[in-house]
Design a protein around this ligand. Structure first.
Ligand SMILES: [Fe+2]
Length: 279
């Protein structure tokens, strides 16, 4: 397929929210003023039932994006065609503005883990990831976004740092970037690199969406739990990110100990304040 046809369906702008099951009813009843929602694609891929009916009801009210964890783009396993088929059906059904997954691997020999595992940043692994992304984009008939991971270990035999790896993957596959600012901060603290230098090395025109989330301090390292408000250093790095990349649509993620909807909405409104300033 001609890559110029890989254009998003519609658009999102401003600070959206991750859709969580305990907020469905509140959203459908009160239709809160939220510019868009991000849905976790893996929760809606069974093909029917209440989850997809709810997803369609939300999609009828708001623009949506789809974010997943199952493509396993960094695995040496071949791309799971059955998974991609179900994802394509979901994409056709919900018409999300963006479809995204991670620079990570979650499977080996067809066995899956729930964790997004890090990969060495070598020329060989880069080719694996580029091939998987290119195939995924062909199968979906559109560009995907890939998210930078948070990590707690690095490989001695990596040939390049993560920002160079991500930049080259994006250039060679034609995909976009879902820039998780919290992950950049967490990894920069865990590995001792400059978060700002990382951001400055990324291709501006490919950064299509931003994630924010809360981490946890665990003794000598930071752990990306998605169970807290966004911490102040991440808000500060977010402002620098907006200075570099402009008012990129931003999503606040909260996956564990999900609070009342208003708490989540408050975090999005804070992101919106910085987005308005950046404009
Ligand atoms: Fe994220």
């Amino acid at each position: 397929m001609n890559k110029t046809q890989w254009t998003p369906t519609g658009e999102v702008s401003g600070a959206g929210l991750g859709l969580r099951s305990n907020h469905y009813q509140h959203i459908l009843d009160s239709k809160p003023d939220v510019p868009w929602f991000e849905l976790l694609s893996d929760n809606y891929m069974s093909g029917g039932g209440l989850p997809i009916a709810r997803a369609e009801a939300i999609r009828d009210l708001y623009p949506v994006t789809l974010h997943g964890v199952g493509m396993s783009l960094g695995s040496i396993d071949p791309l799971n065609l059955e998974y991609m088929k179900r994802l394509k059906l979901l994409v056709d059904r919900l018409e999300p503005v963006y479809v995204s997954d991670h620079i990570a691997w979650v499977s080996v020999d067809g066995k899956y883990t729930h964790d997004l595992l890090p990969l060495p940043y070598t020329l060989e692994s880069k080719q694996v990831v580029v091939d998987r992304i290119s195939q995924a984009q062909e199968l979906l008939g559109r560009q995907i976004l890939v998210e930078n991971p948070s990590s707690y270990l690095a490989f001695n035999f990596s040939d390049m740092d993560e920002q160079v790896f991500l930049t080259e993957v994006v250039a060679e596959s034609g995909c976009g970037i879902l820039l998780d600012v919290n992950n950049v901060y967490v990894s920069s603290m865990n590995h001792g690199f400059s978060a700002e230098a990382y951001l400055m090395g990324l291709p501006k025109e490919r950064v299509k969406e931003i994630h924010l989330a809360g981490y946890e301090q665990k003794g000598s390292y930071l752990f990306d739990t998605h169970g807290h408000r966004v911490h102040q250093p991440v808000w500060e790095l977010y402002q620098k990110t907006l200075e570099l990349f402009g008012a990129v649509p931003t999503l606040v993620e909260w996956d564990t100990d999900v609070p009342e909807f208003e708490v989540l909405q408050g975090e999005a409104q804070k992101a919106q304040f910085y987005l308005d300033k950046a404009r």
